[in-house]
Design a protein around this ligand. Structure first.
Ligand code: PLP
Length: 452
């Protein structure tokens, strides 16, 4: 329509999109999303698509929740903005802090609010270094994180992340951050037994700690399941071995819950699925079901006691830390999640159902592995099913499959040749069936294009 053509032209001419090749976008134009309901989004041309990514892993309650709209509207009317600096507060931030700490594991009783997951990771980094300085160990500076991890797009966020293309753009990273290998069995470990590979990856952590000197290492940072890196579920042997190493050298554990928090893996926090007790947990995304931007850091007692009792003023904060409207929507999100037993449903019903249905895709000629946990899943696309050999990267098969998915009516994300899903946590069995059928249709079409 003329309206859509106009929007596409304006978008191409003026709008620089995140994680987008600007030139390609200006030439090809964008897909303009105009409406959404439940697990479906709709574009300006009227095409309806099942949102297999819940936006960017965040719209956990699905689209069109009037209660969230009402919570925002009421709070906008009552008090649209006030800050939480200098000993001021407001009811939504206070109630949200208390509710988060009630839902979090017992050793977590404090939260610092931010506007996003990136800001949460910046905040976490400053807290970690401040904690050790207050403990009289300022030399404990190094943060160890993982190759291919994603922790945000601020300078500290991208430095903590292990995405090489991000490090290559925009100058030097924040010093004192180093990356070790990821527990990505399909991509890097298939010459070994899966569990043996998990231990090898944990050994890499210990080796790096010894290289840096245990007295210089502040914290290990990781996602429970690497999300943006490719929905990488570690072997069962990995987390117990990592935990043992960190305890041995008194190194803090920071678990980035920005994706895995709020039910994605069938527990309130992904760290609970792996029986971890993190000192700090950056959160965002599902906290407000993506309806408004809000993040934070959940702070364990060990850190909080020191920061509160010995820290004095923490020179850190954001204009929108605990923003009242965002906090009101987050509170309502948590209320709905409990009322509808979302976390339990993912754990006991939807996760197992997706696992069963998703696994049926493993027989497809393009699929080398189909894996899922909770409501996160991945397909590894391969050129040779028997050997797991990958396609030549110049073919960009993942992007081809992603675009085919769009045309078929399904949003899947591609990371290289790994296809990812992370649908809203309110998806039904029928919608899971539809998702799997659409994924199969897109795989068939991708195979047809490759053969042509
Ligand atoms: N941490 C993880 C694990 C993420 O997946 C993301 C975003 O995808 C972030 C941090 C950054 O969050 P934000 O985009 O809200 O800054």
């Amino acid at each position: 329509s003329p309206g859509t053509a106009r929007l596409k032209a304006l978008d191409s001419d003026h709008h620089l999109h995140p994680f987008t090749d600007f030139k390609a976008l200006s030439e090809e134009g964008s897909r303009i999303i105009t409406a959404a309901s439940g697990v479906y989004i709709q574009d300006a041309d009227g095409q309806r698509m099942l949102d297999g990514m819940a936006g960017l892993w965040c719209v956990n309650l699905g689209y069109g929740r009037q209660e969230l709209v009402d919570a925002a509207s009421q709070q906008m009317t009552q008090l649209p903005y006030y800050n939480t600096f200098f000993k001021t507060a407001h009811p939504p931030a206070i109630e949200l802090a208390a509710e988060l700490c009630r839902l979090a594991p017992d050793h977590i009783n404090h939260v610092f609010f931010t506007g996003s997951g990136s800001e949460a990771n910046d905040t976490m980094l400053r807290m970690v270094r401040r904690f050790w300085a207050l403990k009289g160990k300022p030399e404990k500076q190094w943060i160890i994180s993982r190759e291919n991890g994603y922790h945000g797009s601020t300078v500290a966020g991208m430095s903590l992340g292990g995405m090489a293309p991000m490090h290559e753009q925009g100058g030097p990273c924040v010093p004192g951050i180093t990356h070790i290998r990821q527990p990505y069995w399909f991509g890097e470990g298939r010459d070994m037994n899966r569990e043996e590979f998990g231990k090898v990856c944990a050994d890499a952590l210990e080796a790096r700690i010894l290289e840096l000197g245990p007295d210089n290492v502040a914290a290990f940072l990781a996602e429970p399941v690497q999300g943006a890196g490719g929905a990488i579920m570690p072997p069962d042997s990995y987390w117990p071995a990592v935990k043992a190493v960190l305890e041995k050298y008194d190194i803090l554990l920071v678990i980035d819950e920005v994706i895995c928090g709020f039910g994605r893996l069938g527990e309130w926090f992904g760290s609970q699925h792996y029986d971890l007790k993190p000192d700090l947990m950056p959160i965002a995304k599902g906290l407000s079901s993506g309806y408004l931007p809000i993040g934070g850091v959940l702070v364990g007692d060990r850190i909080a006691e020191t920061l509160v009792q010995e820290g004095g003023e923490f020179y850190h904060g954001f204009t929108y830390s605990g923003h009242p409207v965002c906090a009101a929507v987050a509170l309502k999100t948590l209320e709905i999640m409990q009322r509808e037993n979302i976390v339990e449903r993912v754990r006991d019903d939807l996760g197992p159902y997706l696992a069963k249905r998703w696994a049926t895709l493993a027989d497809h000629p393009l699929v080398g592995e189909a894996r899922s946990l909770g409501l996160m899943g991945a397909l590894e696309l391969v050129a040779d099913k028997a050997t797991g050999e990958r396609f030549d990267s110049s073919l960009a098969v993942g992007s081809m499959c992603r675009d085919t998915c769009f045309d078929t009516g399904l949003v899947m994300r591609s990371v290289g040749d790994t296809m990812i899903i992370s649908p809203p946590l309110v998806i039904t069995h029928d919608e899971i069936d539809a998702l799997v059928s659409l994924a199969r249709a897109a795989l068939d079409e991708t195979a047809r294009q490759l053969a042509a």
